[in-house]
Design a protein around this ligand. Sequence first.
Ligand code: ADP
Ligand code: MG
Length: 570
Amino acid sequence: MPIKVLSPEVVAKIAAGEVVERPASVVKELVENALDAGAGEISVEIQNGGVALIRVSDNGMGIPPAEASLSFQRHATSKIAGMQDLENISSLGFRGEALASIASVAQVEMLTRIQGEDAGLYLVVKNGIMIERSPRVRTSGTTITVRNLFSTIPARLKFLKSPATENSHVSNTIQHYALAYPEVKFSLFIEGRRSLQTPGSGKLRECIIAVYGHEFGEAMLETVAEDSPGDNGIGVSGFVSPPALSRSNYNYISFFINRRWARSRALTFAVEEAYRGMLMTGKHPAAVLNISLPFPEVDVNVHPTKMEVRFRNEPAVFSMVQKKVRKTLLQQSPVPETAAGRTSMPPEEPVQALWESLNRDSIPTERKAAGTSGQNIVRSELPILRVLGQLSNTYVIAEGPQGLYLIDQHAAHERVIYDDLINQRKAREVISQGMLQPLTLELNAGQDEIMKEKGQELPGFGFTLEPFGERTYLVRTVPSVLKDGNISETLMGVIDDLAKGEAKAGWEELIAASIACHGAVKAGQVLSGEELTELVRRLEKSDSPRTCPHGRPTMLHLSADKLEREFGRR
Ligand code: ADP
Ligand code: MG
C-alpha cells in the first residue's frame, strides 16, 4: 500500500481505543466530568454490561449552550488553557479527549442545563456526527447517555467479557470514585436494580461502610494526616485494616493521589511493608488512602486513561505511606506495640523452607519435582516483588516483604506463557496476533510429516499456517503471548516435541508446555528493566508461580530471617 494520511474518522477511532477500552472506561470518564463540574450527586445506570446503555447524570454546573457541541471535539476542554496549567492540574480531566472518543464509538445523547438558562439543551451525536439539537426541560446539571458502545467496532466488542464481568468493572470504578469523594452522593443502578448508594455525607468511614459493608467499615483504623515539617508536603490520611481483618488479595488496597484514583505497585508494596510481621503469609491488608502532595510533585499526564501517576520523589512518598500506616497500626491495633515489635517476621512458612532446601545440591531429584505433585505448599501466592536487576543475564533479582528472590528468567517466562495459553483455552478465547509480514517457515521432510499429521492442533493455540509450496508454510498469526519471540525457532521446537510425541498429560498440556519452553526468553538474554518488571508482574498473577510447567523451580528465596542469621545480626 502507498503511504497515505489516515482519514479523520480512522484517526479518531484509533485514539478512542486508548481512552475507551471497555464500558468501565466510559463510566470513568463521564464520572470524572461530573466531578469536575462540581456535582454533589452523581447517578450511574448501565444495561447489558454497559454495552446497551450507560447513563451518567449529575447536578453539576452544566455546559453553556454555545459550548455544548464543542465539547465533542477532540482536544476541546474548559479545564486547562496552556502549558503552564499542565504543571498544576487540579481537575480530573484536562485532555479534552473523552467525549470526542466516546462519541466516535457509540451514540451519545447529552442533556445539559446551566443555572440561569430557561431550558436545557439536548444533543445527539452518532458516530461522531451531530444528528439532533433541540431545547428540553431539565434541572441544572448534565446527563450523558451512551448507547450501543462499539457497535461499529466488532473487534472491540468481541474483546469484551461477559456482561457480568463488565458490570463488575463498572462497580469497581464507581466504588473507587465513591471512596475518593465521600462528599458526593453516588448511586449505581445495574439493569434497573440499585447496586450501590453512598450517603454523600463527607465522612469517609460511612462511604467505606456503603462500599464494603458494616463489619469491614467499622473495624477499619483511621490514619490522620498531620502537618509536620519533615513531611515534604506529603499528606497521608484514610483508613487501614486492623491485622485481624486481612484479605487474600491486593484488591482492597486503594490509593487516591490528590483525589485521583491511581494504581501504584510501589505504594502497594509500602503498605504491605507496614504490616510486616502482622499478617499471615498469603494475607493482605485493606487500605483506603488519600495522599496529597503539591501538584508539581506528581505527573498524571503519563497515559490517556490517567490511571498511572509518576512521582517526582517516589522514595519520599513510599516512606511516608509506610511510616503513616505503620504508626496507625502500632497506635491503634489491638496488638500491643511490644508484641508487634517482637514478631518482626512472620513464622517461616513451609514453602520457604522447601525452597531453601532446594538450594542445597544434596536434595534428590524426586524432591525437586515436588512442585507438580499437587502438594498444598506450592500453591501459595507470590507477594508483590520489587525488581532490583538482572544477574548473569539469566536471573531476576527481586525483593519482597520477606526477603530476597532469585528468579530464573526462562523458567518464569515459561510459566507465564503456559498459564496464559491454558487460561485462554479454558476461556475459549485464544488471543492471536497477526504478523505484519507473514513469516515463511521451511520444514525438513520429517517435520513436514509431523506437521501434516498433528499440525491441526496448532490453530487452537493461535497459530495460522498456510501451505505455501513444498514443505513450506506461511505463518500469518501467532499466539499474542509470543509476540516478541523468535517464531520460527519456537514452531520448529514445537514440531520436534510433537514428533517425540508421548503426551502423558494430554496434547493440550504438551503443546502449551512446548510453546512455552521454546517461546520463553533464554538464559543469557539481556532484558531491560521494564521487561524484568513485566515478567515478574505476570509471574505474580500465576497460581503456581514457583514452578515451571515441567515442575522445576522458577525461583529461590532467601528469607530476611535467614539473611539476618547468616550475617550474624541475631
Ligand atoms: P476534559 O474532561 O478532558 O476537559 P472531555 O471530553 O471529558 O474533556 O469533556 C470536554 C468538556 O466538556 C469539558 O472540558 C467540560 O467543559 C465539558 N463537560 C463534559 N462533561 C461535563 C459535565 N458532566 N458537566 C459539565 N461540563 C462537562
Ligand atoms: Mg473529561
